[in-house]
Write a new protein. Structure first.
Length: 451
């Protein structure tokens, strides 16, 4: 049994203490149950949706991203961001791919993530289909010129059907082919970038106005994904697909998923009770959140895939309710040993952002997301827990003697950390705890973050 103490005194934005992680490039894969790194260790994904580029809040603008944003996310003990991008900026003019969006906007954020030790999942985002609808984001404006709809929420839902029905664009090319070409441009740009570990092909796909739910999920969306997956496999054979189900899954009901192949992570948006809508306050019904995670696990099992909560969060106007909501999600993730990506860190602020436009944390939302996390486990984790009131974290795992690399646990930066290990030895490396088992018996790690 050994004890190590670390006290960091570097102060960052908003009074939080920030020490950038060592640069890291990682690859991940799946084995049907777990996410694993290149060393064979089990990876527990924990992080944020890093929003802004999909809205055109670009680097250098008042609401644009900064390198310090990624350092800050890492300082909370996080290891991953889901990075939304928008088709409208990839193909702003019909038939013309604008690679400057990648080189000038997306790539710098990926580079900052690498410097902060954060993995990146690139996601093709849409909300209300396109900016040609009020508050919408996603598809190019030319799609609306080609297929006009009423400027309303119903009109935006109907516009999705133009893609699912694969209507012919004005240039004589099917609309889906334009979308596939946009994705091919993404794959071509990032094919050699190991910081980008995977891709989420379509945010909250919606077919409710043109298809029955199960038919849409199984006969329209699934084959659509298979085509993009084939593109990805041809260009980036080792990349991971993050499978986003039918948007009805946001409501905590069956997403009608089915197996699609290897190296896939099921990635539903878990918005039990609040449904992902602004103006909805959490009522404290933790059982509903537990049911949502249980259903997600059952769906993932049916796909022979691990799962993460690719989005979860609530309206930050209701601070205390949303703090409790995030805490209950965190508890479910810890208990089930699954990952989660909170919605959202938005440098320019929005209804669901955990920081405001000045970068200050909203209430205790950041605190609710900040904890140690097992980034890489050299064996099979059996329990993981954290108490926010005492700062006590615990991980137990059964070591795998075939894995030589250490177990790595990220801790919140700038904390006075004590570590106690039974069944192994530990070393502090910056703000990470590295643990090596000294036998094939279970290892127990306790970390106190000095709350």
């Amino acid at each position: 049994m050994k004890h190590y103490v670390l006290l960091a005194v570097l102060l960052g934005c908003g009074g939080e203490e920030i020490i950038p992680l060592v640069k890291a490039e990682r690859t991940i894969t799946t084995d049907g149950k777990w996410v694993r790194d290149s060393e064979g260790r089990i990876v527990l994904i924990q992080g944020m949706n890093f929003s802004g580029l999909e809205f055109g809040d670009f680097i250098g603008e008042p609401r644009g991203p900064l390198a310090s944003d990624l350092d800050r996310i890492a300082s909370w003990g996080h290891n991953t961001i889901r990075l939304p991008v928008a088709w409208r900026y990839i193909e702003p003019t019909i038939g013309e791919i604008d690679t400057s969006y990648f080189t000038e906007q997306v790539q710098p954020v990926v580079d900052w993530a690498r410097d902060a030790g954060i993995m990146v999942v690139i996601e093709m985002h849409q909300y209300l289909w396109s900016p040609c609808f009020d508050n919408g984001v996603g598809a190019p404006l030319w799609t609306c010129d080609a297929f006009p709809h009423e400027n309303s929420e119903i009109g935006s839902i109907e516009a999705h059907c133009d893609l699912w029905e694969n209507k012919m664009a004005p240039d004589g090319v099917p609309l889906q082919q334009h979308f596939f070409s946009a994705w091919q441009a993404v794959f071509d740009h990032f094919k050699d970038d190991k910081t980008v570990v995977g891709f989420d092909f379509f945010n909250e796909p919606n077919g409710v106005s043109c298809y029955e739910n199960e038919f849409f999920a199984t006969e329209i969306l699934h084959p659509f994904y298979e085509k993009i997956l084939k593109q990805m496999r041809n260009t980036m054979p080792h990349a991971t697909m993050f499978y986003s189900p039918h948007v009805i899954r946001n409501l905590g009901i069956d997403g009608y998923v089915q197996p699609i192949g290897e190296n896939v992570i099921y990635s539903p948006h878990l918005y039990a009770v609040v449904s992902g809508f602004a103006g909805e306050a959490y009522d404290g019904n933790q059982r509903a959140i537990d049911r949502d995670y249980r259903l997600a696990q059952e769906e993932a099992d049916s796909m022979n895939a691990p799962f993460i909560a690719a989005e979860y969060g609530a309206d930050s106007s209701f601070l205390s309710e949303t703090e409790l909501y995030i805490n209950h999600h965190q508890q479910s993730q810890l208990e089930r040993l699954v990952g989660g990506l909170a919605w959202a860190y938005f440098p320019g602020d929005d209804t669901f952002s955990v920081v405001d436009e000045s970068g200050a944390a909203k209430g205790n939302l950041v605190e609710a997301l900040t904890r140690p996390n097992a980034r890489a486990v050299a064996g099979v984790p059996t329990t993981q827990s954290y108490r926010w009131d005492t700062g006590q974290y615990q991980l137990t795992f059964q070591p795998n003697p075939q894995v030589a690399a250490p177990t790595i646990i990220d801790t919140p930066h700038g904390k006075s950390v004590t570590v106690e290990v039974t069944g192994g030895v530990s070393t502090m490396v910056g703000d990470t705890v590295e643990v090596l088992a000294n036998s094939d018996k279970p290892v127990d790690v306790k970390i106190n973050t000095g709350q």
